[in-house]
Design a protein around this ligand. Sequence first.
Ligand SMILES: Cc1ncc(COP(=O)(O)O)c(C=O)c1O
Ligand SMILES: [Zn+2]
Length: 412
Amino acid sequence: MGRGISLRCPSCGESPASKTVFHCVRCKRILEVNVEIAHLTRAEFRTMRESRDHSIWRWFEFFPVEDRGSIVSLGEGSTPLIHAARLGERLHIPNLYLKNDTVLPTGSLKDRSNSVGLSVGKELGFTTATVMSTGNAAASVAAYSAAAGLKSVVLVPKGTAPSKIIQARAYGATVIVVDGDFDYEVAKLYKAAIQEFGWYDCLSSNPYRDEGKKSYAYEFVDQLDGRIPDWVIHPTAGGTGIYAMWKGFKEFLSLGWIERAPKLVAAQSEAAAPIVAALEKGLTDVVPVVARETVAESIQVGNPVSLGWRALAALRESKGTAVALSDDEILEAQFLTGSLEGIFAEPAAATSAAVAKKLRASGVIGFDDLVVCNLTGHGLKQPEAVRIPDSELAPIEPTLEALREQLRHSEG
Ligand SMILES: Cc1ncc(COP(=O)(O)O)c(C=O)c1O
Ligand SMILES: [Zn+2]
């Protein structure tokens, strides 16, 4: 390939015969993308930083796309990295920053992945992209397929609320409702359909797609002007974010563009915390769990089969950790980020802020540490998580007296 882009098995080193094989034929592990970057200079780093393109594509040289003409972009990237002074004061972390990915084009971090994923899919000549998902991934794959001129097919389990698939439908996806359990029956059909119809797989089993979240690392270095966070906390499901951020930081380290990397922290819900469990037990692979109901719906993943083990390695190498949270802790963090910082994050996304609070309270995070929390999805993705008491919704008489009374009630 012209730009030195290749696939390789991270376990046994095997290389596939074709660019469209995503798993090692020997050990079944997901393959890893390698992009040759050793030639990049500091001058090029400056040019990338000064680029007028504020999307992730200012970092084109790090992504596995041969030709700039293949880029499928909706302007994703360079999301605000906000110094959260008020929340920081509350949590006793004055150097607290929030990476506001709620403002990405489809409202979640998935756009970082799918911009890269669909660019490669288009370059490889696919005409239909697919994903199985009940939420953010479906919307994002549908939007980027539309932007790429590809069709998209989304598989969801029976019982999925229409509100979860409306966004994907609006972007033109064909939504197929399957009578079966998500992790097993829908997953089995998903694999079989890819084989049968030759669709482009947009799950985390697609190594090209997974490269997109490396952009977090590049953006932190850029936006903090060379300061390196002590901690980056990421809401974690499949493990792509942790794995890819670490890869991004290691790339910059290998080029000498940074001198150290942050400790990475995976934030999970207690109801679906296989990565926390594996880290605590000292395992190198994740043992799947059956995910229970949680308010953090978008990270309710019990079997991070593709990249869970890679995320574990990244957490260890970075000397980071993983933390599980109760629904109450998650909802409190959602309220705090909204009411103190003006950012409406979905519950799954607010887990990062909840972990910051917890690790500060236990002294793991120090007072002076520079902490970044990734807020990975918009609160409007799951509006029903914000509970409003009936008493607040009851109409009042249109008088000042009634207004005063209601204010006393609401503020009390
Ligand atoms: C809102 C939100 N946050 C975080 C994630 C985490 O995914 P990952 O661990 O693959 O980076 C997801 C996706 O599953 C998500 O939808
Ligand atoms: Zn292998």
